[in-house]
Design a protein around this ligand. Structure first.
Ligand code: 5GP
Ligand code: ZN
Length: 114
């Protein structure tokens, strides 16, 4: 496990989470402080700090992450109504947890992205 990483601990089951989907490579769980009726975090089990660490060797992993996003959207009921996928990278984006994660947001009208 990488250093003292919160999401590595969640992936390892050392910290409980409300899981929506999981497989060998990916885990999806509900955000502890949701900002929308549906707010799920999709993470790779492999530790990558952020988008900044993604390389060509992660192509399969990225496809798995987005396949999981589709599963989460279907299982939470937002596949039809729409949803937003966000990943914060670095200080100015307000990234708090430095383990790559996709926020899946939906269940209400979200307005303009910025
Ligand atoms: P970031 O700002 O890094 O993009 O997002 C981190 C997200 O992780 C925040 O939305 C925050 O609410 C969520 N979060 C932080 N700690 C925990 C936790 O222990 N469990 C869960 N489920 N979510 C967490
Ligand atoms: Zn980690």
């Amino acid at each position: 496990m990488a250093h003292d990483c919160l999401f590595c601990k969640i992936a390892a089951g050392e910290i409980p989470s409300s899981k929506v989907y999981e497989d060998e490579h990916v885990l999806a769980f509900r955000d502890i402080n949701p900002v929308a009726p549906v707010h799920v975090l999709v993470i790779p089990r492999q530790h990558l700090a952020s988008v900044a660490e993604i390389g060509p060797e992660h192509a399969d992993l990225l496809a798995r992450l987005f396949a999981a996003v589709q599963r989460v959207a279907a299982e939470t009921g937002v596949a039809e109504t729409g949803y937003r996928v966000v990943t914060n990278t670095g200080r100015d984006a307000g990234q708090q947890v430095f383990h790559l994660h996709l926020h899946v947001l939906g269940g209400r009208s979200l307005g303009p992205v910025a």
